[in-house]
Each structure stands twice: as structure tokens, then as C-alpha cells.
Design a protein around this ligand. Structure first.
Ligand code: TRP
Ligand code: SF4
Length: 506
């Protein structure tokens, strides 16, 4: 293939399956690279387990996740879980933000403890907005969220700047993170201001805040651009833990890859009465392969005649002396105590993790569960390219005059052909059409059949862009009208809430 070969047409191999798949998009390839590069997992494998999934999930607009399984498990078992997301008040809330509003509201309806916050410290420090601008936008985000159905009596709304506990937690988390690490993640340099760095630990504090009262699975619905924050939050959550819990096979410490080798040797030799480390080393010499083998063999040789026995290990990371003592006490069955760890021979890993968390919580720790995330695709801008708050024609603000919003739809770029005749013959390209996205992401709502019909009619050449855009424009107009009326109805509700809209500043 030469450099100027156009990218392969996704419809070329198996036109049918692609044309009948309204949710597949030609841009999914880019999202897929996130899986390999960052270890985000595909949402589709999760979908069958989600009880009554939201349409954004069904249509693969939510395309990826980290560790969402533990949230789904809690949901299904009727156990506590939480959902939280944040909004940086740098402009008007627009239809792209509605995805996150919907995701939060859906989790609230599924029984989650739900939080939405205004990232005003971030807007002030990272984007340099004045407090007056921030206050105005903050109110607009909150009103829209309420208008879409967020229940403020059952959920929590806050502003970073007004939340002392979040700021305290950020301070504690800052002790676990250092400058080189933030530099590596975010590209911070010597010239990065301190408040910008502080806004990063504040976001991690937001993410862990739902667990301050008690540890629980927590999902953070965001765009994939927020994934660096998720990785940091997951890291810091485990670094704060009192104990690390792992499996082990002998008294020495082994890396996870080495542990796999130890496990293999143990499984192979477990028929013997006692498996000695030296024997396991011999076995690995002949039967092992892989990079970690050298290290495993070396450690086994050094341990010599020590028996190889599976066990779970509790490592003392940040525990107080009292907490470590209490843990030792609480371990049931045969155990062996070392300086900085204790090995338990009769415990399952899952039970051990539960015990470690319980002892931590009982001794003043947080026992954080690593937070989960789900990622949605970004809407394409109406003018093609990225949907951006700074390009008015690219997005529809939730505050746009309804008729103006409709006009933006009529002026949008499409996936249509040059002429109507060509479109009838070849069909349009809904996968490349921002107007089709409006249907799938927003206008069709929960009605899958409607979204599928628009897709099929477009791809089949029965739908022409003029009419299609008019239909979408009319629906957009009434969507905006309804939403804006609802916002006005909820103004008094917002005023009664405990969220300061114009707090005093220094
Ligand atoms: N950084 C997010 C943004 O740019 C806002 C944000 C702050 C956030 N704290 C959060 C998002 C916690 C999710 C969870 O929009
Ligand atoms: Fe887009 Fe509609 Fe035209 Fe198809 S018919 S390309 S969905 S505007």
C-alpha cells in the first residue's frame, strides 16, 4: 500500500453487516487504538451484563471502560455503588455535555449514589477564567443537569472551591504524588503553575470523594481525554491503602511475572508430598519459558529446601502499628508473621482483600476501591472536525435560541453525496454524518428503532439530506424549547439547594 492509498472503506468487506450496524462508525478505529495503547477495555463485552443498559451503551457511544465490572456487579447485587463526574465551567453547557448528564442520571436511577461537581478550581487555574464568568457558567450547568432529571435530594452537587473535605483529601493525596510523576503523565514542566498541579490532585480527590464515608465501587463517566486522571486516581487510591494483598508461594518477594512461573511449577509438582523450592527451580530449568524465568529460578535456588506453598500475603504499606497488629490477629488459620508482611495459608485471595480493607477502615483508613470509568465518544462538530465550545457553529449550546439551534442543524455538514441522484443510487454515509450523530446521540432518545430507521434509510438512498436535516432541525428546536422551559421551572429548586452560586471570594 502506498502512502496516498485512501483508508479502506469499512463497507468493502461484508457490506451487509456494516450497513445494518447503525452504531458502528468509521472512526471507531481511532478509539480502538486506545484499547491497545492505554489498556482501556471495550465496552461491548460488558454490555450483556448491564441491567437495562442506557441507549448510549446500546449504541456503542459509550465504547470503553476500566473496571466497570465491579460497578455492574454491585448494581446487580443491590449493593452500594457510586457515580461521579465533573464539569469545567468554561462556556455554555452544550449537547455534548448532555451525554455525561444522562450517564449520571442513569446511574442515579439504577440506585447509585450520584455526584456532580463544578470544576471551578480547575477552570480558574488551568484555563484562567475569572470568578464572575465561572459563577455564571456554574449555574447554567447545574440548571441543565437538574432539568434533565438529576435528583438533588438523592444525589450530591458541589463546587470544588466550596468543598473543604475535597480540598483536604486533595492535600492528603498530594503527599503520595510527586512532580516527576505529574510531569510524566501531563507533560508538566518547570513553568507549570502550582495551582494547575493542585487542580489535578483536586480532581483525584473528586474521584475518590464518594468513598470517604465507606469504600464502594465508583464509576466516573467521562470522555477518553480524562483517562490520565483516571490512571492517576487508580494509582493514588492503591498507594493510600494500608495493606497490599497478593498471592505468594514462598517467603521471598516475587514480581507478578515471576509469581506466574512459581504457580506453574507448583501446579506441575503439587502431586509430591512437599514441593521444595530447589525442585521447582529444576522443573523451571527444563519446562519453563519466558523472560521472568531467570529471576524465578534464582529466587527458588536461594530458598533451597524451603517448601513451596501457595498462600496469600498481606504487605504492610501505610498501616499504623496498631492496624498491622490487628490484621495479624484477624488472620484465620495457619499464618506466618514477618517484619513487613504476614502470610496466610488458609485464606482465599478475595476474602483476604476484604479483611485488609475492613481492618484499614476500622483503623482510620479509607480502604479505597480503585475507581472505575466509562468512556463515551465525542460528538463530531456540526461543521465537521471537533465539537468545541469555542467554535459556536460547531456545537449547539443548551442555551441557544431554539430557532438558532435549528438553523445550525440545517447548516451542518452531512455525509451526503454531491447530487440527489447520486445519493439515491449510492446511499448517504451516516457513519460520516454529524446529523446522523444528532439522531443517534440525542434526538432518537431511547427509540432504537427510530435511529436504526434513519441509518438504514440514509445508507439505502431513500433519505435525502435536505429533508433529513429539516426533520432533525425541528426536533432540535422542540428539544431546546422543552429543555429551556424545564430549566426555568427548576431555577427555584437550584436556589434552595446548598450550592453557592455567587460565593464570597478573597
Ligand atoms: N477535568 C474535567 C474536565 O475537564 C472536570 C472534572 C473535575 C472531573 N473533576 C472531575 C471529571 C472528576 C470527572 C471526575 O471536564
Ligand atoms: Fe446525514 Fe441524513 Fe444526509 Fe444521511 S440523509 S447523510 S443522515 S443528513
Amino acid at each position: 500500500m502506498t502512502d496516498d492509498t485512501p483508508p479502506e472503506d469499512p463497507a468493502a468487506d461484508g457490506a451487509d453487516s456494516v450497513a445494518l450496524d447503525p452504531w458502528g462508525s468509521s472512526t471507531i478505529a481511532n478509539y480502538r487504538s486506545l484499547f491497545e495503547e492505554f489498556g482501556i477495555e471495550a465496552f461491548e463485552t460488558m454490555l450483556p451484563d448491564v441491567p437495562s443498559p442506557h441507549y448510549l451503551m446500546r449504541r456503542a457511544i459509550i465504547f470503553g471502560h476500566r473496571d466497570y465490572g465491579r460497578v455492574v456487579d454491585a448494581m446487580r447485587a443491590d449493593e452500594p455503588f457510586a457515580a461521579l463526574s465533573g464539569f469545567m465551567p468554561t462556556g455554555d453547557p452544550h449537547i455534548g455535555h448532555k451525554l455525561v448528564f444522562d450517564e449520571l442520571i442513569w446511574h442515579q436511577e439504577q440506585g447509585g449514589d450520584t455526584y456532580a461537581l463544578i470544576a471551578d478550581l480547575e477552570a480558574h487555574s488551568a484555563r484562567g477564567l475569572s470568578w464572575d464568568e465561572i459563577d455564571e457558567h456554574a449555574e447554567d450547568y447545574l440548571l441543565s443537569l437538574l432539568a434533565f432529571g438529576f435528583d438533588p435530594d438523592d444525589g450530591t452537587l458541589y463546587r470544588q472551591s466550596e468543598h473543604r473535605e475535597v480540598q483536604d483529601l486533595a492535600f492528603e493525596l498530594g503527599i503520595e504524588a510527586n512532580f516527576s510523576e505529574l510531569g510524566a503523565i501531563y507533560g508538566f514542566e518547570g513553568g507549570t503553575d502550582v495551582s494547575h498541579m493542585q487542580s489535578v490532585v483536586t480532581q483525584v480527590a473528586d474521584i475518590l470523594y464518594p468513598q470517604l464515608e465507606e469504600p464502594k465501587p465508583t464509576v466516573i463517566p467521562v470522555g477518553p481525554d480524562q483517562d490520565p486522571h483516571m490512571r492517576l486516581a487508580r494509582d493514588l487510591a492503591s498507594r493510600m491503602r494500608y495493606f497490599g494483598v497478593t498471592t505468594a508461594y514462598a517467603s521471598f518477594e516475587a514480581k507478578p511475572e515471576e509469581r506466574t512461573q512459581l504457580e506453574r511449577a507448583y501446579e506441575a509438582l503439587a502431586g509430591n508430598e512437599t514441593v521444595r523450592c530447589a525442585e521447582a527451580a529444576d522443573w523451571l530449568e527444563t519446562a519453563g519459558d519466558g523472560a521472568a524465568i531467570e529471576g524465578a529460578i534464582e529466587k527458588l535456588r536461594a530458598a533451597g529446601e524451603e517448601p513451596l506453598r501457595p498462600r496469600v500475603r498481606f504487605l504492610d504499606r501505610n498501616a499504623t502499628a496498631a492496624a498491622f497488629e490487628a490484621l495479624i490477629e484477624a488472620v484465620e488459620g495457619e499464618k506466618r508473621v514477618y517484619d513487613e508482611h504476614v502470610d496466610a495459608f488458609d485464606m482465599e485471595l478475595a476474602n483476604a482483600e476484604e479483611l485488609a480493607r475492613q481492618v484499614e477502615v476500622d483503623h482510620g483508613g479509607h480502604g479505597f476501591i480503585q475507581p472505575s470509568s466509562i468512556y463515551h465518544r465525542f460528538m463530531t462538530g456540526l461543521t465537521g472536525g471537533k465539537m468545541s465550545s469555542s467554535i459556536p457553529a460547531s456545537h449547539i449550546s443548551l442555551l441557544d435560541e431554539p430557532s438558532e439551534g435549528a438553523d445550525k442543524v440545517r447548516e451542518a455538514t452531512t455525509g451526503g453525496r454531491e447530487t440527489a441522484a447520486e445519493q439515491r443510487e449510492l446511499g448517504g454515509e451516516p457513519d460520516k454524518c454529524p446529523v446522523y450523530e444528532l439522531y443517534a446521540y440525542l434526538l432518537a432518545g431511547d427509540d432504537d428503532e427510530y435511529a436504526e430507521r434513519v441509518y438504514a434509510e440514509c445508507a439505502g438512498g431513500e433519505r435525502l439530506c435536505g429533508g433529513c436535516k429539516n426533520e432533525a432541525a425541528e426536533e432540535m428546536e422542540s428539544f431546546l424549547e422543552t429543555h429551556q422551559e424545564r430549566r426555568e421551572e427548576l431555577r427555584p429548586v437550584l436556589e434552595d439547594l446548598d450550592v453557592a452560586i455567587n460565593p464570597d471570594r478573597i
